[in-house]
Every structure is written in C-alpha cells, then in structure tokens.
Design a protein around this ligand. Structure first.
Ligand code: AKG
Ligand code: FE2
Length: 225
C-alpha cells in the first residue's frame, strides 16, 4: 500500500543514509523551531542554537564547507529554514562527502595524510581535521574550500597545495546531490558528518533561520527527550 505520510524514523533514515532530509512547515520562526525541535529530539540532540540570518544581494558564493570546522568535533546535524527566499539564486548546494572521499581514495595520491587547520575571523577557536575521516557509513570528507584561514599540513610528496584543492573540488563537483531552490517554509536538515554544503550568489532579501544541534557555543532551545 502507498503511504504518503513520513514518520520521524523515515526522516532520521534519510539523514543517515542519504545525508539530508526536507520538512515543510509554516514560514515563521515558531513553526520552524517546533519542527526542528521534534526532529532534533528524535535524533537524540539535547539543545539547539537558533539564529535568524537576513542578507541582501550577495554576489558571491558561500564556499563549500563542513559546518563548524574550528571545533574538534564538528556538529552532527544542522538545519536551515527558509522564511523568505531570494528573488533570484540563493540555492543551497549539498555534496556527498562520502562519495568525494571514495573518489579521492581511488586516486594515486595519498590523500589520507592531508590535514587542514581551520580558524575563522569570528572567534579564537582553531582545529585540525584530516581531510578524510572515518565515519559510520565509511570515510567522509571534512573540508572547507581554500581560504586564508585554512592551513594545510601533511601534503604527500609530489602534490602541491593548489593541486590538492583542485582534486578535492573536482571530487566534490562530481558528488553534488542537491541544488536546493528555496520555498518559504522549507526546512532542510543536513548530516554534517556526511555532507559538505555551499550557497549560490543571490539577489533580493533572503531570510533564513539556522538551527545547530548541540552547538557547544550556543544554546537557545532546550530539547526534552
Ligand atoms: O544560507 C545558506 O544557504 C547556508 C548558510 C551556511 O552555510 C552557514 O551559515 O554556515
Ligand atoms: Fe554552513
């Protein structure tokens, strides 16, 4: 029989296997927070840090990244909700970091020795992560595109830093799984240990709400089991 209603277990399975899931809610902060809370509780999260992000006319890409790489343990999950979509562009793109890791591991270079130290302009935290990390569903990338706040270690002989970035970016380009064009009310939940994300340039005002589960630096919503 065809079942059209999705259960919390279906959404959790999407996150673990596919790497992301999508919920539809009313496009206002209370409804989005309620939806993110129900799923977060089901996933075993204890709290969320919630923040509204409003921006206008950004002609640049937000570079491909794993969320919160300046921490030793990047978040397990985060969610992005759309309150007002951009008038043009502004899609959020997801890349499967497990597929990209497999592509890199099949190449002749020894990417397993590569590590990158990440910092940001916003706080003093700093952490070093192997490019390829073991995960519950096999090796997965932790990565942020080349920035001056990245510092690369452990390059194998014969591979320059720019060549390393080039190989990683092309492995990610092959592993794109979602170019999400936002509708008001979409809540996209992402497995941050499996996926890498980025955001297209956009025109118009774009208003989003972001939830980070178990963010050690920010707790605005306590989740009850
Ligand atoms: O706005 C988006 O689509 C992504 C935002 C994001 O990745 C971030 O704030 O870290
Ligand atoms: Fe992000």
């Amino acid at each position: 029989m065809l079942t059209l209603t999705r259960t919390l277990n279906d959404l959790a399975e999407d996150l673990h296997i596919r790497g992301y899931t999508l919920i539809r809610a009313e496009p206002e902060p209370e409804a989005m927070t309620a939806a993110a809370s129900v799923l977060g509780t089901h996933l075993g999260a204890r709290w969320m840090g919630s923040r509204t992000l409003t921006a206008k006319n950004d002609p640049t890409w937000l570079p491909r990244h794993t969320e919160q790489l300046d921490d030793q343990e990047p978040l397990r999950f985060f969610a992005l909700g759309c309150l007002i979509p951009a008038t043009e562009g502004g899609a959020t793109c997801l890349f499967d970091g497990r597929a990209a890791a497999r592509t890199l591991l099949a190449q002749q270079h020894r990417f397993t020795s590569v590590r990158i130290t990440y910092s940001t302009k916003w706080r003093p935290n700093k952490a070093t992560h192997p490019l390829i990390n073991p995960g519950v569903h096999g090796p997965a990338l932790r990565f942020r595109s080349k920035l001056e706040t990245n510092s690369v270690l452990g390059l194998p002989t014969g591979l320059s830093e720019d060549e390393m970035y080039g190989h990683v970016e092309s492995a990610l380009a092959e592993a794109v799984v979602l170019v999400h064009q936002w509708r008001a009310g979409d809540l996209l939940v992402v497995n941050n240990r499996a996926m890498i994300h980025a955001r297209q340039p956009f025109n118009g005002t774009r208003r989003m709400i972001r939830f980070r589960y178990d963010d050690p630096h920010y707790r605005t919503v306590t989740l009850k089991p």
